[in-house]
Design a protein around this ligand. Structure first.
Ligand SMILES: Cc1ncc(COP(=O)(O)O)c(C=O)c1O
Length: 390
């Protein structure tokens, strides 16, 4: 049976060049980067070289970059660390309604346990947030605005410089989760004018369990973990030198491939959407067609459960996702699609196909054949399906 992987937003295979770059740091260079002896100093050099490379990629100073275990940890440090820093002066946070749980959950916890008021920044039916709306939400009590760059379920890209400008006008810090955009589109912290930015390696052919948080020079956030002076006390714990080397390498590869990847994935995505919609009625693309990372295609299939499609495709060797992978297992409709004003039934019929560098047109043609047959079969059995466009 063919095996086709269309779940690159969940994670990606590690690029062979990344593995090769990491090997020395897993074998010869095994010292603790905090040790003062030669072994430690060797590890420290590898760590700091990688920091310089990652910092150059996002256009910040190496001193502004803190390595973490990935996107979840970076988001938690940004949201909770800012709230704890400002708790005597401020009591209000604004977070995007379509954020990943790595932002929503710490914000909710601050609301239930630490008396913060959390306001959700709405998105329109295309998944986009407006700066005018943000202007209405921020007050002089707002400590942080956190709005993601590209959405993990729809790929929709927000206008971060415009949103950050509104936050700054109000004297508020601005954080963005760039986990799904880094390495796919330009992520430049100076151009985006953000105070904090989260990133991870495993969505861009790097290893799992390594990421970073950019914190602009001069921005103070309280530590949320304790036990060591690593990463200037903002993320204590022995540094994952091999992971950091892998992160730097996957970004180096992304840098040289970015334009080519974008063109390749735009062509594939257009082919997939147009061919599928030409073959099947009542299929909707969720999220803006133009303002998105092209590798992500989120489609609703009227009259059928996304979960049923997912399982049928899995039996055909095709891996995709219904809702966000992190919340799969739950049958609740996606909070992202609900935030976009989609009907819960439409939300439950959604499937996310996320392509990658190795995806081909032939693979997608195979997926289209299987998908058309699956949806037609499920619709024929569905008491809910009435052809909308007949
Ligand atoms: C937008 C977004 N933020 C954060 C995360 C969490 O990143 P990590 O898996 O590196 O903890 C993910 C992973 O799915 C994501 O898509």
């Amino acid at each position: 049976m063919k095996q086709i992987y269309l779940d690159h937003n969940a994670t990606t295979p590690v690029h062979p060049e990344v593995i090769e770059a990491m090997l020395p740091a897993l074998s010869g260079i095994y010292g603790n980067a905090s040790s003062v002896h030669t072994f430690g100093r060797e590890a420290k050099v590898a760590l700091e070289t990688a920091r310089e490379q990652v910092a150059a990629f996002i256009n910040c100073d190496p001193s502004e970059l803190y390595f973490t275990s990935g996107g979840t940890e970076s988001d938690n440090i940004a949201v909770t660390g800012t709230a704890r820093q400002y708790r005597d002066r401020k009591n209000h946070l604004v977070v995007g309604a379509a954020e990943h749980q790595a932002v929503l959950a710490p914000a909710n916890r601050l609301s239930t346990h630490e008396n913060w008021q959390v306001e959700l920044m709405p998105v329109d039916d295309d998944g986009l947030s407006s700066s005018d709306k943000l202007r209405e939400l921020v007050t002089d009590k707002t400590a942080l605005v956190s709005i993601m760059h590209a959405n993990n379920e729809t790929g929709v890209i927000q206008d971060i410089p415009a949103l950050a400008a509104v936050a700054h006008e109000a004297g508020t810090l601005f954080h963005t989760d760039a986990v799904q955009s880094i390495g796919k589109t330009r992520v430049d912290v100076a151009a985006m004018d953000c105070d904090m930015l989260s990133l991870t390696a495993h969505k861009i052919y790097g290893p799992k369990g390594i990421g970073a948080l950019y914190i602009r020079q001069g921005v103070k956030i309280a530590p949320i973990m304790f036990g060591g002076s690593h990463e200037k006390r903002r993320r204590p714990g022995t540094e994952n030198v091999a992971g950091v080397v892998g992160l730097a390498k996957c970004l180096e590869i992304a840098q040289r491939q970015m334009d080519q990847d974008w063109t390749h994935l735009t062509g594939l995505s257009d082919h997939f959407i147009d061919t599928l919609m030409g073959r099947l009625p009542d299929v909707r693309l969720n999220g803006s067609r133009s303002q998105r990372v092209p590798q992500t295609v989120n489609l609703s299939f009227a009259g059928v459960e996304g979960e049923a499609i997912l399982l049928s495709l899995d039996m055909e060797g095709i891996a995709c996702s219904s809702g966000s992978a992190c919340s799969s297992g739950s049958t609740a409709p996606s909070h992202v699609l609900i935030a976009m004003g989609k009907d819960p039934v439409v939300s439950q019929s959604a499937i996310r196909f996320s392509m990658g560098r190795s995806t081909t047109k032939e693979q997608l043609d195979y997926v289209i054949e299987k998908l058309v047959a699956t949806v037609e079969r499920l619709r024929a059995m569905s008491p809910y399906y009435k052809r909308e466009s007949a």
